[in-house]
Design a protein. Structure first.
Length: 131
């Protein structure tokens, strides 16, 4: 599987997790939020490991020819991190939900999310592929 299909799958699964497991999502979000996160060694290590995962994913994309090597890989990894954190909330807002606990919008959320994933990955792929 190439980088962009994998990224689409990863974003989709993460977003669906947020909707299906809102309490776990809140715990995870609080654990990784600098101002209110776990102020322990565990919180710091979780954040570092997450950042390292995204950097490795981007580096693999560069090695496989999916990402233009002239881009700053740290910046690309940061973009992936931000997208993975925010896409689920954007999809929920598009569906009219205020939170993942807002069940009347589940069908609309599902209908809204799939095209958003495809469009986002198409944008990323267009911008990051070597020319």
């Amino acid at each position: 599987m190439g980088l962009f299909p994998y990224l689409r799958w990863l974003l989709e699964v993460g977003t669906h997790f947020r909707f299906a497991q809102p309490k776990l999502e809140r715990v995870a979000a609080q654990a990784l939020t600098p101002d209110q996160g776990l102020r322990t060694d565990l919180g710091r290590r979780l954040k570092e490991q997450s950042e390292a995962y995204w950097r490795q994913l981007v580096q693999l994309g560069v090695e496989r020819g999916d990402v233009d090597p002239s881009y700053d890989t740290g910046l690309v990894a940061w973009v992936f991190t931000v997208l993975s954190n925010e896409l689920g909330w954007y999809a929920l807002a598009r569906a009219g939900a205020r939170s993942p606990n807002d069940p009347p919008h589940a069908e609309r959320y599902t209908a809204e999310a799939a095209p958003l994933f495809c469009e986002l990955i198409r944008l990323l792929e267009h911008g990051l592929r070597p020319r």
